[in-house]
Design a protein around this ligand. Structure first.
Ligand code: ATP
Length: 645
């Protein structure tokens, strides 16, 4: 692998870097070394050497042979943990569809091969649950047919003395719940809807009161026959997987009922009636069906979807919603149900893969695979959250690769020619640096019930009006190089991200930011007789909005430790908490990086679009990385460790 190291090229420019990647592309390996950083170019087809590894979306079978570069990285991570006696992490980045998730799978497999796996069958367990995770968390987007719509951080717990992997823990964050109720043109809902429903028997269709899947508003996209056949197969596998994790047949039945109920919620219709145009359900039989599936009183559910009851000074005040508010409430329930289901499944998986009771204390190897940078024809709240996460990872990369190297050299009195890299601090500050940042303005505006997309736009474009002090106006103005308001000051704005300019549409952003489940609906769900609903709506939400494991899940085996962070987020303020938690966690570990590149924008094998790749190389700061790796220390051992060795 060393001979492949691009830092060894005599002349490095963007062009030589691209030519070299192109020459290596698709020959025998998708990976190339840039010093200690691994660069992967997506082949979009299984290469002979990795045959069977990515041949099927839901394949859980072990690959027969794996990329040697990844093996090198896995060995390096593992060796570093043992010699440095410190936790390690690997950050995988790249735009959507660049191959992060596939690289994550390879790495995990290699790590568990390199490690003395103390926990019996952990590789098999993780492989077995992966299709389930992907079915619930992935969906087809215009950039990737199997795009992760959540971020995941997998931690392997390793005994520092002997390198035994005792178990693992999975944290999910920022699941794109809005996809449940709305998908952009050409995109689909989460795979699970198509998979499970392709596998239903005729009896089950009747039992769950379902039409064919694409007759339901939440999942209108039509699937071809071949995909349906694939999904039927995948469905069997998923049902087995749920049982394997330890969910009972009753649980699986309840899960099916919940997914059906979600689809039905999308088809509930409202009409305006009375002098105040209050919303009324026009198909009450559907509400009765949903209520029966969720095991809640139908009357209470119907009333909770169209009105709100508040107690003020001991008096009950009922407020009736209009049609669009009632629709929003119904969507909010569908999103909340799905989000909690996903969390519940992840908690179940964690029970399966956690270390055995009484395991000794451990160090961790974390792998971070988050959704890649996105820039669609229309970008909303989801893209904003996704791109902000990517900005923070990019900043972490800059800090570790450039700033740290410069600091190290300075400390050691080594002359290092001044390095240039593009800092993205300004964009991060624009989003999250208080007191005046994009997300704080958004939070503030979300608290006003009368706020609209236009009032939000105005505050974003001009600063929040009268309350702003002169000093703050200047502060806001300093972001003018990365923030652009539209000429008509309408509900959109553009941000110059490290990976290019993205225009965000503000319509619906306030609602998505609020994303709270109305109290009445929450209370109704808490009265459910279904064990699953009880677990999902009685379990507390953690600080970051994720569902804590239920008492039953906790009782099934002792939890591996306090959940330090998990990331099922609802609001930007919580997103910020969870992102900050994540960043501080990876900052404590020694980082390793995989940078994934997409060879073309059409997801096709054998096409290497130079210009498209150069752009990504530039955004990822790869040329600068090669340069700094060439002029800095190739190997960095602390003195005490050097002496010890
Ligand atoms: N090593 C590989 N071998 C063969 N095909 C691959 C490989 N890596 C990626 N692909 C193909 O590219 C697709 C996208 O890869 P992947 O889902 O890993 O991207 P991603 O970067 O995780 O995207 P997102 O951010 O949207 O989740 C895969 O579904 C697969 O078809």
């Amino acid at each position: 692998a060393d001979d492949d190291d691009l830092t060894k090229l005599s002349e490095i420019t963007e062009t030589t870097l691209t030519i070299n990647l192109k020459q290596r592309y698709g020959i025998d390996s998708i990976y190339t070394n840039v010093g200690d950083i691994l660069v992967a170019v997506n082949p979009f087809k299984p290469l002979p050497i990795y045959n069977k590894s990515v041949s099927h979306r839901y394949q859980s079978e072990a690959p027969t042979s794996l990329p040697p570069h990844i093996f090198g990285l896995a060995a390096n991570i593992f060796r570093s943990l043992l010699t440095q006696q410190s936790s390690q992490c690997c950050v995988i980045s790249g735009e959507s569809g660049a191959g992060k998730t596939e690289s994550c799978k390879y790495l995990l497999q290699h790590l568990l091969t390199v490690a003395h796996s103390g926990e019996g069958g952990l590789v098999a367990k993780i492989q077995r649950v992966n299709p389930l995770l992907e079915a619930f968390g992935n969906a087809q987007t215009s950039m990737n047919g199997n795009s992760s719509r959540f971020g995941k951080y997998i931690e392997l717990m390793v005994t520092p003395e002997d390198g035994f992997v005792q178990g693992a823990k999975l944290s999910e964050y920022l699941l794109e719940k809005s996809r449940v109720v709305h998908q952009a043109r050409g995109e689909r809902n989460f795979h699970i809807f198509y998979v499970l429903f392709a596998g239903l028997s005729t009896d089950e269709y009747v039992k769950y009161g379902l039409e064919t899947i694409h007759n339901h508003r939440y999942a209108l996209r039509f699937l071809d026959d071949q995909l349906n056949a694939e999904n039927r197969e995948a469905c069997k596998e998923l049902r087995d997987c749920l049982r394997y994790i330890g969910f009972t047949d009753t649980d699986v039945g309840h899960l099916m009922l919940s997914l059906s109920a979600i689809l039905h919620l999308g088809d509930v219709l409202f009409e305006a009636h009375g002098s105040n145009d209050a919303a009324r359900v026009t198909n009450p039989q559907l509400i009765r069906k949903v209520a029966a599936m969720l095991q809640v009183p139908a009357g209470e559910l119907a009333s909770a979807l169209v009105s709100e009851v508040m107690i003020t000074r001991g008096e009950q005040i009922k407020r009736e919603w209009g049609v669009s508010q009632a629709r929003d409430c119904t969507d909010a329930l569908a999103k909340s149900l799905y989000g909690r289901l996903f969390s519940w499944i992840v908690n179940g998986i964690n029970q399966l893969i956690q270390p055995a009771e009484g395991s000794p204390s451990s160090l961790e190897i974390g792998i971070l695979d988050i959704f890649g940078f996105e820039n669609f024809a229309s970008n909303g709240f989801e893209q904003m959250c996704i791109n902000l996460s990517n900005e923070r990872l990019q900043s972490f990369f800059n800090e570790r690769i450039f700033q740290q190297e410069m600091k190290d050299c300075e400390l050691e009195g080594v002359q290092l020619q001044q390095m240039h890299y593009v800092s993205n601090q300004q964009v991060i500050d624009l989003f999250i640096k208080k007191p005046l940042c994009l997300l704080s303005i958004l939070d503030e505006e979300s608290r006003f019930p009368k706020a609209t997309d236009l009032t939000l736009a105005l505050k974003l474009h001009t600063g929040p009006g009268k309350i702003i002090k002169h000093r703050e106006i200047q502060l806001y103005a300093k972001y003018s190089s990365v923030y652009t308001a539209p000429k008509d000051m309408g509900p959109s704005f553009s941000v110059l991200h490290y990976a290019g300019a993205v225009t965000y549409d503000l319509s619906g952003v306030l609602d998505k930011n609020r994303d709270t489940l109305p109290n009445n609906i929450l209370f109704t769900m808490k009265t459910s007789d279904s064990l699953l609903m009880k677990e999902m709506f009685h379990s507390r939400l953690t600080r970051t909005g994720s569902l804590a494991p239920s008492t039953r899940q906790q009782a099934s085996r002792k939890p591996s430790g306090k959940s330090r962070f998990s990331f099922f987020n609802r609001k930007p303020s919580e997103n910020r908490n969870s992102l900050a938690d994540l960043m501080s966690k990876i900052s404590e570990a020694a980082p390793h990086f995989i940078r994934c590149l997409k060879p073309n924008s059409v997801q096709s094998p054998g096409q290497f679009d130079d210009e498209y790749v150069v752009k990504q190389l530039r955004f990822a700061g790869l040329l600068e990385t090669v340069n700094i790796r060439r002029s800095g220390f190739p190997v960095r051992l602390p003195f005490d460790e050097f002496l010890r060795r």
